[in-house]
Every structure is written in structure tokens, then in C-alpha cells.
Design a protein around this ligand. Structure first.
Ligand code: 6PG
Length: 240
């Protein structure tokens, strides 16, 4: 199947099985596999399904876990993306702590963006001047934001930085995020989007990318490997 791939799943189980298939292939073929997790609510249900359906085909010790973005809160805070991943997948699968690289939401945001950028430069191969992830998982907001790149932050797709500080346009809360440049230097990028409230924005971005001005429209990995993981509800706006 050519890229960009639009994969629509009948159920979360099916989506989880596809994720497990990808993970088992990658961990079988590679020494280590680096993944950046998306935040928000959507991933949790999928992560819990992956844990439930895991039958041991994935070498979880080969996974290096990073984040695409984090809210500037402590790791025990209910808004912490790290905390929700820990509960839904990292602890249940016993991912080794030394393979988990959380963004320090409790730290000074500018200093943390700098620290995390240095960490990426140390832990990931640098390709065309940017750290290269094997896979970056992204969510999608109804306003077209992705990671913590909001509608006024599209300049982050031309940034020379690896990470940046952003601000949620409504709450004003600060975030740390991978820049659009780092996202587009990944080997593979996958949007994970579920639910009817996202159907309109998905249809707009997938079917008329040239017309939209949303940050998510600028996600275009240099590798070309972009995949949309959708459930029937979020795909309901797509023409056949
Ligand atoms: C975050 C994100 C953000 C999220 C979208 C979708 O930390 O909030 O990474 O980009 O993926 O806002 O969020 P939901 O999955 O909660 O709809």
C-alpha cells in the first residue's frame, strides 16, 4: 500500500493487533526501536488493548520510549502524558526504566526543551541535522493541532531546534514539544485518531490538504512514510 496510508479499523482490537504486528516486525529486525508517544486521551485505550492482546511476539526490551510532547506539570499530575502512558502500557509491559525518556514537565520549560534536545542528539541517529525516530505517534486536535504545535505555531515546521516550548491557546498552559522539523525527519509518522468529533478535521486534512492551514497538514515526513490510524467514527467524513 502506498503512502500516505489511510488505515480504517473496525475496532480498537484490530488497531491494536496492527500495532503489535508493526512492533514485532521492527523489534525482530532491529537492535533497538525508538518511538515517540502522543499524548492526550486517544492513545490510552489503544495502549490498554495492546497490553491485553500482547502474546509475546514483541521484544519489549528493544523499545526506546520518548514523547512527542508533554504538559508542563509534574509526572504524578493527572494531565501528565508520561503518567497516562505509565499506567496504560509502560508499567503493565514492564518496559525497562532505562529505556523510558520522559520530558520533565516539572522543570523550567526552556531548559527542559534544551535538555531533551541534547538527549535526542545523544540517543538517536542524527540524519540531515535532526534526530531520527523510527516512529513518531501523533494525535490530532479538533483545531488541527498536533503534538503541541498549535495553529499559531506552524513556524515550528521550519525550526532548526529539535524541541520547543509552546502554549495551549485556550488554557495558556505551557507545553514542551518536538518541533515540526524533528517530526518530519522521522523514519515513519503515524496519526492516531479516533471518535466522531475528529471526523470533520480528519476529512479536511486527508482529502484537501492543500486547502487547509492546520499544523497537522504540515506533517510530511521526508521519508514519505505517513500513516493514518483511524477508527470508523473518525473516518466517517472520508469519501469512499
Ligand atoms: C497532548 C497531545 C495532543 C493530543 C491532541 C488530541 O498532549 O494533548 O499530544 O496533540 O494528541 O490534543 O488529544 P485527544 O486524544 O485527547 O483528543
Amino acid at each position: 500500500m502506498d503512502y500516505p496510508r489511510i488505515l480504517v479499523f473496525e475496532s480498537l482490537d484490530e488497531m491494536a493487533l496492527k500495532a503489535l504486528e508493526w512492533l514485532s516486525e521492527k523489534t525482530a529486525a532491529r537492535d533497538m526501536v525508538s518511538i515517540a508517544l502522543s499524548g492526550g486521551n486517544t492513545p490510552q485505550a489503544l495502549f490498554e488493548k495492546i497490553v491485553k492482546l500482547d502474546v509475546g511476539t514483541v521484544d519489549w526490551n528493544k523499545l526506546l520510549v520518548f514523547w512527542g510532547d508533554e504538559r508542563c506539570v509534574p509526572p504524578e499530575h493527572t494531565d501528565s502524558n508520561f503518567r497516562s502512558a505509565q499506567k496504560s502500557i509502560l508499567i503493565p509491559l514492564d518496559i525497562p526504566e532505562e529505556h523510558i525518556f520522559r520530558m520533565h514537565g516539572e522543570a523550567d520549560p526552556e531548559m527542559e526543551a534544551e535538555r531533551y534536545s541534547q538527549l535526542l542528539a545523544e540517543r538517536l541517529p542524527i540524519v540531515k541535522g535532526f534526530p531520527q525516530f523510527d516512529l513518531i505517534l501523533l494525535g490530532l486536535g479538533e483545531d488541527g493541532h498536533t503534538a503541541s504545535i498549535f495553529p499559531d505555531d506552524k513556524y515550528l515546521f521550519a525550526s532548526t531546534q529539535f524541541c520547543a516550548v509552546a502554549k495551549h491557546p485556550l488554557s495558556g498552559l505551557q507545553r514542551i514539544t518536538l518541533t515540526g522539523s524533528t517530526i518530519n525527519h522521522a523514519l515513519e509518522v503515524a496519526f492516531l485518531v479516533t471518535g466522531t468529533p475528529k471526523a470533520e478535521i480528519v476529512a479536511e486534512i486527508v482529502q484537501t490538504p492543500e486547502l487547509t492551514h492546520y499544523p497537522a497538514t504540515k506533517v510530511a515526513p521526508l521519508s514519505g512514510k505517513l500513516t493514518w490510524l483511524l477508527d470508523k467514527a473518525s473516518a466517517s467524513g472520508l469519501k469512499a
